[in-house]
Design a protein around this ligand. Structure first.
Ligand SMILES: NC(=O)c1ccc[n+]([C@@H]2O[C@H](COP(=O)([O-])OP(=O)(O)OC[C@H]3O[C@@H](n4cnc5c(N)ncnc54)[C@H](OP(=O)(O)O)[C@@H]3O)[C@@H](O)[C@H]2O)c1
Length: 233
């Protein structure tokens, strides 16, 4: 594991003003990484982060706004998430089309790494959560675009599929990781999801991984990097 301050690139965080996104920003700043946030509300971003980050205001539905946001960034982490059944904040508009637009514009702009907060059960079309605008199916489509575009040579991606999200400090629990969408339940702190995505910028074993993760027993952790070695093939 590399020490704080060793990732020299700039990271765009989409969904930065959300509950997981705020933790992504906090953990990036902890490691001394340069952060740009993409927000639809500059006042909200400014109130949360002050001058510690660069703020680009725009809509995830606008290719021009997204292109402006990713320009000059080396990595993107998306913690975007829909909040209504229909309209601009629906799963189709945010979880699928918004993330796909971000992926495409990021690749065009020369971004090298893409980190995504997805969800447990995204491959299960019959899951009851799909009653909410097909949210899991939309996330799955976005995941596919991330894997397709960011598995190209000299690019990488990390897709984290968390269980139910909770608030709380990072590094307070052991983690349970899996692949193949076999976990049916479990919770995880948003801060640990954020930490995993931040580590994915420089932990080599995190590259080109899609995995599920939930908290295990409460036990202080000095790093979460080792969990990237425990993901089954
Ligand atoms: N809740 C769970 O138990 C659970 C479990 C597994 C996975 N997940 C997924 O994990 C991710 C993070 O969850 P969270 O609880 O941290 O989410 P959250 O607090 O609701 O944050 C969602 C973010 O998406 C942004 N957003 C929503 N609609 C938008 C739009 N129309 N245009 C631009 N941005 C928009 C919000 O912007 P504003 O700040 O401007 O509102 C916010 O920054 C989501 O994708 C969620 O589906 C959640």
């Amino acid at each position: 594991m590399e020490e704080p301050g060793v990732y020299n690139g700039k990271v765009l965080v989409a969904g930065a003003t959300g509950r997981t996104g705020q933790w992504v920003v906090r953990r990036l700043l902890y490691y001394g990484v340069a952060v740009r946030v993409f927000s639809r509300e500059s006042d909200k971003a400014l109130a949360l982060f002050g001058k510690s980050v660069e703020i680009v205001t725009g809509k995830i539905q606008s290719s021009a706004d997204v292109a402006r946001a990713v320009e000059g960034c080396d990595a993107v982490i998306s913690a975007l998430g829909s909040s209504s059944y229909s309209g601009e904040s629906s799963p189709a508009s945010v979880d699928r089309d918004g993330v796909m637009r971000l992926v495409d514009e990021a690749a065009k702009a020369g971004v090298k790494h893409f980190g995504l907060v997805s969800s447990l059960a995204v491959t299960k079309w019959y899951h009851p959560l799909n009653l909410f605008g097909g949210v899991l199916l939309k996330k799955w489509e976005a995941e596919e675009q991330v894997r397709k575009v960011f598995s190209q040579e000299s690019h990488s991606y990390t897709i984290v599929r968390p269980g139910g999200l909770k608030d709380g400090e990072p590094l307070r629990h052991k983690l349970r990781v899996d692949s193949g969408d076999r976990l049916w339940s479990g919770w995880i702190n948003r801060s640990d999801v954020a930490e995993l995505l931040v580590l994915s910028l420089w932990v080599e074993h995190a590259k080109n991984k899609t995995f599920e993760v939930v908290n295990d027993i409460e036990q202080e952790q000095s790093t979460l990097a080792q969990y990237y070695d425990q993901i089954p093939k």
